[in-house]
Design a protein around this ligand. Structure first.
Ligand SMILES: NC(=O)c1ccc[n+]([C@@H]2O[C@H](COP(=O)([O-])OP(=O)(O)OC[C@H]3O[C@@H](n4cnc5c(N)ncnc54)[C@H](O)[C@@H]3O)[C@@H](O)[C@H]2O)c1
Length: 99
């Protein structure tokens, strides 16, 4: 059965724990492609691994939402992702897709 977010790209901040991680799991189950953002890399990578196990196409981008340059960069990545077929085809390994 298709998910309600099939074909959508979601940018989730604070994705490394708590509400952000729980939201990431729900969005993954509903078919969204995910850009996971968090200032803490360890938690971000853990969430990335989790959503990949759920079958999501996802990347993690280390982001401090208090820094406008970081926010601009992660939004630009999400925008690029929304114009491509998979996260994996466009994002380098260093941006955290490894999981
Ligand atoms: N309104 C409510 O009823 C309600 C209920 C629960 C939580 N909250 C609030 O929602 C927020 C999230 O709660 P939570 O339980 O998921 O917290 P959490 O601490 O588990 O998660 C916060 C995440 O944000 C990340 N983070 C912190 N600073 C960051 C930054 N500058 N840039 C990017 N990422 C950053 C952390 O690394 C962490 O992974 C908190 O502010 C909490 O107070 C509100």
């Amino acid at each position: 059965m298709p998910g309600i977010l099939d074909g959508k790209v979601a940018l989730i901040t604070g994705a490394g724990s708590g509400i952000g991680r729980a939201t990431s799991a729900i969005f993954a189950r509903e078919g969204a492609r995910l850009v996971l953002a968090d200032v803490v890399e360890k938690g971000g990578h853990e969430t990335l691994r989790m959503v990949k196990e759920l079958g999501a196409d996802a990347i993690f981008v280390r982001t401090d939402v208090s820094k406008s340059k970081d926010v601009e960069a992660v939004v630009a990545k999400a925008w690029r992702l929304s114009n491509t077929s998979t996260a994996h085809s466009t994002m380098p390994e260093s941006e955290g897709r490894g999981g």
